[in-house]
Write a protein that binds this ligand. Structure first.
Ligand code: BGC
Length: 698
């Protein structure tokens, strides 16, 4: 007897060709809130399906949502449980806005420190990116929203992002760039978004080897593959390569007086090029170049996710928006993602200190970078607001220098109105460096708040802070030896003044809770929990300082540094980074007991808080492979991490599970291989601060 048809198969068998086509290509959202929209098929009870950006909170058009810290801050927490909580909260907010799929998380490896979207990504390391990415996917799915892992794969730069070919050998792809996507698939992710770029010459939307052979067949991904917005190149190529859903599906004309002369700016996809899965797909099925079965599969994959989140049952969804717990969570993530880079003892501040709070944007929260992840919060707290609410002493503010121009993808797009206006209310007087210096010399403590400006669609030209911010810091530090620098950046920045100042705090883009999180870290109400998910070093020392590698020549970015990205590179070149991967101080201090290997993939050790205040420690395990004559491997690779919050004098046994990825390598003949030999496991506070070692024979 034939098996009864599943709900989805039964629907597919009822749908007409036109109805099927309407489920694989976006159309305009009548409510105007969604980033991508499918109208559904009313006749068969298939409701509309709404997809919405993005990784830092919900960007429903015209609506407000909680502005969470940047993904890089979330990853800096080294706390997948917290990432899970954040993702679930974002999903509840998506549901409150009537959305069904979140276009998050972004898990591309931070290969290029200049990349304008690093703030939306997680790490230079595949194990950290996989662990945090997996937690984000699971958190979104817990709330019955479809997670969309993006951008598959190698969207590691914004320069020429729609055309550049990332030329990567297979081993490097497998060991470095693909693991976070594989982890998302293992976590059951409902959707994968293809990247705009090419890989080894082929656009990702047309890349059968990666989309069908690897993602769907080898990894068993059973959700739908969605194009990036206007990122579909061909009809037949994409459908046969395994792409299931075209978004947004409707063309937009540039606002220009002379369309013939118009050129799309670098990094901006041609938005007139849409609808490829409409009539052209219909025709391709008619002429047999795409099979009718393929269309059924595309539809079944989309409907399968709608069914999985309960959308086909008509379940009422309420969601939750801007609740007290979401506000507190946004602050908790911001604190836990804050990295204390340096501290000569000035921090934590005493509450009665008189503080000069200096910087061009001290009256404004740093919500995020520019582009599709921009969220508009209900409320936000500036550094000035946060410090004033917490301090017992006086807090004097001085902007010192002109505002740093913010950049947004939306200012570059020729078809939408400008990006978020997060400018302050009109300043009463022009900023002056001497006002800032005077304020700093009169105060006990000077806190200088500085930022970079990054956006989707553009890479940074330099890792230096923009404007006169370096000069401002040095001028303030010259008159106050208790100067604390507070960085907000979308990736590594250069810190040429670091020996002149007493402490440096990196907050990334902290989101709406900015000032409150900052005050609680500076005054020591909470331990700065973060560790660096990316290496900080001078720009010219990164492997991508070679233009063949970044931004590439003749449309090709050669990934011939191979696996030697981030700390793997700094280890291989024996160069000393400014701040190594994994680095970050606690206000407490910790001693590590000797490590014991429990089995092939588990190590235990005791950690004691030897300070007189509570603190959070992040214990990192790196694996050093045995030396082999004919195989090149990174000197050490992150294999796992664990954190613990300890009271003064408290000690705890911490168990770390070690990811197989750190032991294995991808051999072109044998596939995933663990070479026999002795592996040294380093228990460390950063990639350059090893405290204990233990060996494991494999
Ligand atoms: C971005 C995606 C985003 C999409 C929809 C694209 O420009 O690359 O990350 O989800 O737009 O806004």
């Amino acid at each position: 007897m034939a098996e009864p048809l599943s709900e989805v198969d039964a629907l597919v068998s009822e749908l007409t060709r036109a109805e099927k086509l309407s489920l694989v290509r976006g159309t305009r959202d009548p409510e105007g809130t969604a980033t991508g929209y499918l109208a559904g098929v009313e006749r068969l009870g298939i409701p509309p399906f709404r997809l919405v950006d993005g990784p830092l909170g919900v960007r429903a058009e015209g609506k407000r949502s909680t502005a969470f810290p940047a993904s890089l801050a979330t990853a800096a927490s080294f706390d997948p449980d917290l990432a899970h909580e954040q993702a679930a909260a974002m999903a509840r907010e998506a549901a409150a806005h009537g959305q069904h799929a979140l276009l998050a998380p972004g898990v591309n490896i931070v290969r290029v420190p200049h990349c304008g979207r690093n703030f939306e990504y997680l790490s230079e390391d595949p194990v950290l990116a996989s662990e945090v990415g997996r937690a984000l996917v699971e958190g979104i799915h817990d709330e019955d929203i479809v997670a969309t892992v993006k951008h598959f794969v190698a969207n590691n730069q914004e320069t020429n992002r729609t055309e550049v070919s990332a030329n990567i050998d297979e081993r490097t792809r497998r060991e470095l760039y693909l693991p976070p996507f594989r982890a998302a698939v293992e976590a059951g992710v409902g959707s994968v978004m293809t990247a705009y770029n090419r890989v080894n010459g082929t656009h990702m939307s047309d890349h059968e080897a990666l989309v069908t052979d690897l993602l769907k067949d080898e990894w068993g991904f059973d959700g739908y593959v969605v194009s990036d917005w206007y990122g579909l190149e061909t009809t037949v190529g994409a459908a046969n390569a395994g792409l299931d859903l075209e978004m947004p599906g409707v063309p937009v004309e540039p606002e220009t007086d002379d369309p013939d002369e118009f050129e799309w700016p670098d990094g901006i996809p041609d938005a007139t090029h849409a609808g490829l899965f409409g009539k052209p797909l219909d025709a391709a099925i008619d002429d047999g170049s795409v099979s009718a079965d393929r269309l059924d599969d595309m539809v079944a994959r989309v409907l399968g996710q709608m069914a999985r989140i309960g959308l086909l049952d008509g379940t009422e969804r309420t969601g939750e928006l801007d609740s007290q717990r979401h506000r507190e969570l946004a602050e908790r993530v911001a604190v836990r993602g804050t990295v204390l880079l340096d501290n000569d003892g000035v921090l934590p501040l005493s509450a009665d200190a008189d503080v000069a709070l200096v910087g061009p944007h001290v009256h404004e929260a740093k919500l995020g970078g520019g582009g599709s992840s921009e969220t508009t919060p209900f409320q936000s707290r500036s550094p000035a607001g946060g410090l004033r609410a917490r301090a017992d002493g006086t807090v004097t503010t001085a902007r010192g220098i002109d505002a740093i121009e913010s950049v947004s993808l939306f200012d570059l797009l020729p078809f939408v109105e400008g990006g978020r206006d997060d400018s302050e209310s009109a300043p009463e007087r022009e900023p002056s460096l001497s006002d800032a210096v005077d304020a700093a010399s009169d105060a006990d403590i000077a806190v200088v708040v500085v930022r970079d400006a990054t956006t989707e669609g553009r890479d940074r030209d330099t890792l230096s802070l923009p404007g006169r911010q370096d000069e401002l810091i040095s001028a303030v530090a010259a008159v106050n030896d208790q100067t604390v620098v507070v960085l907000r950046s979308g990736g590594p920045v250069e810190t040429p003044w670091r020996d002149e100042v007493a402490a440096i705090v990196e907050c990334w883009y902290p989101g709406q809770a900015d000032g409150d999180a900052l005050a609680s870290v500076l005054y020591g109400d909470r331990d700065p929990g973060g560790r660096l998910p990316v290496t900080f070093a001078p720009a010219e020392t990164y492997p991508t300082s070679d233009e063949r590698r970044f931004p590439g020549v003749d449309g090709v970015a050669h990934y011939d540094e191979g696996l030697f990205v981030g700390y793997r590179h700094f280890d291989a070149t024996d160069s000393v980074p400014t701040y190594p991967f994994g680095h970050g101080h606690s206000y407490a201090s910790f001693e590590y007991g000797s490590a014991v290997a429990i089995d092939e993939t588990t190590v235990e050790l005791s950690v004691e808080n030897v300070a007189d205040r509570p603190g959070r420690e992040v214990i990192q395990a790196y694996v050093q492979p045995p030396t082999l004559d004919d195989v090149e491997r990174p000197r050490r690779e992150l294999a796992g991490f664990e954190s613990c919050s300890l009271a003064p004098g408290e000690s705890r046994t911490v168990s770390l599970s070690l990811d197989e990825l750190a032991f294995s390598r991808y051999d072109m003949d044998r596939g995933w291989t663990v070479d026999a030999g002795e592996y040294t496991v380093e228990l460390a506070r950063s990639a350059r601060d090893v405290r204990e070692t233990v060996t494991i024979d494999r």
